[in-house]
Design a protein around this ligand. Structure first.
Ligand code: OMP
Length: 292
């Protein structure tokens, strides 16, 4: 059986000394002109981006929204295979969930990738087919980075908790296989801090730095969890899960800030993306090292 996702991610983070998630949001309207003639321009773009960024990438995070037509899915498949060929895990940002019968179909997306983002709004049964995939990572939206993230997620329940706090508590319960993480935006640093205190052992995917202006230091300080035997099918007692290697596991994502850093540079676009990924890695590592 393949090793559990968070164990593989911990290895990857150690190997490349990076917690950078490179977001492959290959917006067709922003691809360089010289790739327009290619059979699959998004794939041609992603391949060049991967060539230049993989040494700095803890994972790649393609957002499904940019690939949802026949050509897009073909480009995405090629991209996933190529990333895997470079030994980089792929987290599909799909934000799925539905009634059981439907979500079982959605969960098949995990056949091709290493992890996925899911939406908790419909409750546990809507996520069960994802949670059952012990070797895959399941990142539950908790406190999102967008301005409207507060509309529902900050509402206070009768118990006094905010909705996002309830989501974090539920996700901790759902973590029977050690395969659950949370999505918490870097634009909400106070919530990042409080959710980390609430669920010390869940790795976070932290988007919202770069183009959205979130707090990179808070993303690193609170986004990483120290896991032991990360993903061990276990007893769900996360307090027992302390790491042997000590590597903090989590991901800080930047999409546009990396892949379109060289948008106006023609054929040099990928090199510039590589430099942007390296710079982000170094910046985040300052905070990781501060932590140590
Ligand atoms: O689930 C996500 O990754 C996500 C959650 C969230 O709260 N905010 C957020 O921006 N994202 C995704 O992270 C990426 C951010 O892209 P950039 O703003 O270009 O770095 C996009 O793919 C978003 O869909």
């Amino acid at each position: 059986m393949t090793a559990p996702f968070f164990e593989r991610l911990a290895d990857r983070i150690e190997r490349v000394d990076s917690v950078v998630s490179v977001g492959l949001d290959a917006d067709r309207s922003r691809l360089p002109d010289h790739l327009a003639e290619k059979d699959l321009p998004q794939w041609a773009f992603n391949r060049r981006i991967i060539d230049e960024t993989h040494e700095h990438a803890a994972c790649y995070k393609p957002n499904a929204a940019f690939y949802e037509d026949a050509e897009g899915w073909r480009a995405l498949r090629e991209t996933i295979a190529y990333a895997h060929g470079k030994d980089v895990p792929v987290l599909l940002d799909a934000k799925r969930a539905d009634i059981g019968n439907t979500t079982r179909q959605y969960a098949q997306l995990l056949d091709e990738v290493d992890a996925i983002t899911v939406n908790p709004y419909m409750g546990r049964d809507s996520l069960q087919p994802f949670l059952d995939r012990e070797d895959k990572g399941v990142f539950v939206l908790c406190r999102t980075s967008n301005p409207g993230g507060a509309d529902l997620q900050d509402l206070e329940l009768d118990s006094g908790e905010a909705v996002y706090e309830r989501v974090a508590a539920l996700a901790d319960l759902w973590n029977e296989h050690g395969n659950v993480g949370l999505v918490v935006g870097a634009t909400a640093p106070d919530e990042l801090e409080s959710i980390r205190a609430q669920v010390p052992d869940l790795p976070f995917l932290v988007p919202g730095i770069g183009a959205q202006g979130g707090d990179a230091e808070a993303a690193v300080e609170h986004g990483l969890a120290e896991l032991d035997g990360a993903g061990d099918p276990g007893d769900g007692d996360s307090s027992a899960d302390r790491t042997s290697s000590g590597v903090g596991v989590g991901l800080v994502n930047s999409s546009r800030g990396i892949i379109f850093a060289g948008e106006d540079e023609g054929e040099a676009f990928a090199k510039t993306a590589g430099n942007a990924a390296r710079r982000l890695k170094r910046r985040l590592n300052q905070y990781r090292n501060d932590d140590a």
